[in-house]
Design a protein around this ligand. Structure first.
Ligand code: T4K
Length: 381
């Protein structure tokens, strides 16, 4: 063996923040054969219908409408709430930008309010302070799959007669002893993007509580058709196709194993990183069974002796690619920064989160060696 054939650190494959969970290809073939035989490839076919039923059972929710991605699901969910044009929607600056985009696409005004310091979810106290006579809805995000304070949000919504739409893009697989967080609010939206705990390459869904609402959403995602020759309102093409749905059915047969592996990775990180001065772990609340779509840590430069960005660069030098989800804040992007609610001084907790957070690599087939390499970089700082 020639000496240069030995693996040097620079030959190592970079460790991404996440990697889609792909079951063995051979397992997908029978699903594809069924689609090929039926010649039914989209528009609410048999795989689509079966996945909706299977997800209702798995997630313990009454109704689900599948979508071709989470963003279109968010757009449609807001449309289905029938908010008057120009009304205000209180939301978080600490999320993926699709959350606020969905509000703007619906010709509504996002009003940012600050988050709480434990999980980075909307702080009920700041929601209340952001409400004006034009407010019609609240759009909180269960950031990193940590459920929001849904009881407090329901209380505010009831007192001010507001709709609640949860961006539950990260919530798949999270359970708690009380009612499933996906049943809270008027509607919840899931993302099934490839980088999520449960993915259909691209995909998403709206969870709702009545058959009438499901019918409306199904019509809205199909151009507004309510019959072969009737269009009731302006709808979009939000349909999930049969190949995506079939992959979802296959992925569901592996989901418990995928979740167990994520939990094992999180346990190892937690054990290794707890107690390092300057490193905080964004942990789930007691009683919540987490899905760990992300493994977020926070970095306090004063205690670690390195900023989050220093650590981020250090990781990159070691071919490890964590991500700064969610930096910069949505409120600092061009379409939003001029809103009065986007002023940084009004969002101090969100700003601190965005400056300190780093999501470490976590995915079901991450190897023990990849986990240890990641831990070593932090311990060596
Ligand atoms: N609301 C919230 C709170 C969300 O987080 C999101 C999406 C949405 C709404 C909207 O839902 P979707 O419309 O997306 O269904 C990713 C995802 O594209 C996005 O779905 C996700 N949130 C967001 C947090 O992250 P990027 O631009 O950071 O992804 P990207 O392409 O850099 O991928 C991250 C890593 O994943 C790569 O470094 C490598 C790995 N990867 C990625 C892909 C796509 C793979 O190994 N294979 C792949 O196929 O946005």
């Amino acid at each position: 063996m020639r000496p240069e054939q030995k693996k040097s650190p620079s030959d190592r494959k970079p460790i991404p923040v996440t990697r889609p969970f792909l079951p063995p290809l051979a397992e997908f073939i029978p699903y594809l054969e069924r689609i090929w035989e039926s010649r039914w490839v989209t528009n609410g076919g048999p795989q689509h219908q079966e996945l909706e039923r299977a997800l209702c059972r798995y997630l313990n929710v009454p109704f689900i409408s599948l979508f071709n991605n989470g963003t279109n699901a968010l757009l449609t969910a807001l449309q289905a709430l029938d908010l008057p044009e120009g009304s205000e929607v209180v939301t978080t600056p600490f999320s993926f930008v699709a959350t606020a985009h969905a509000i703007k696409w619906n010709r509504l005004t996002p009003v940012f309010s600050d988050v709480e310091p434990t999980h980075g979810n909307l702080d009920p106290a700041t929601i209340e302070a952001a409400i004006t006579p034009r407010t019609r809805a609240i759009l909180p995000v269960h950031v990193y799959g940590n459920p929001c304070d849904t009881a407090a949000i329901a209380d505010i919504a009831e007192r001010h007669d507001l709709k609640v739409l949860y961006d539950a893009a990260h919530l798949f697989g999270v359970t708690r002893p009380a009612r499933p967080p996906l049943r809270d609010g008027d509607l919840s939206v899931l993302s099934f993007h490839a980088t999520k705990v449960f993915g259909t390459f691209e995909g998403g869904a709206i969870v709702c509580s009545s058959e009438a609402m499901k019918k409306r959403i199904d019509s809205l995602k199909n151009f507004g058709f309510t019959g072969e020759t009737t269009v009731a309102e302006v709808g979009m093409n939000g349909k999930m196709n049969e190949v995506q749905a079939a992959f979802g059915l296959l992925a569901l047969t592996h989901i418990d194993e995928a979740l167990a592996r994520r939990r094992a990775v999180a346990e190892r990180y937690t054990a290794a990183l707890a107690g390092i001065p300057g490193i905080g772990i964004v942990r789930p609340s007691v009683g919540v069974t987490p899905a760990w779509p992300y493994f977020p840590i926070t970095v306090e430069a004063a205690h670690l002796g390195k900023s989050r960005d220093d650590l981020f660069e250090e990781f990159k030098r070691h071919d490890i690619l964590p991500r700064r989800y969610f930096y910069p804040l949505i409120s600092s992007f061009a379409p939003y920064r001029d809103l009065p609610s986007a002023a940084p001084e009004k969002l101090p907790v969100a700003a601190r989160f965005a400056e300190q957070v780093l999501c470490l690599p976590i995915f079901p087939d991450i190897t023990g060696e990849e986990i240890e390499r990641t831990i070593t970089v932090i311990k060596a700082t």
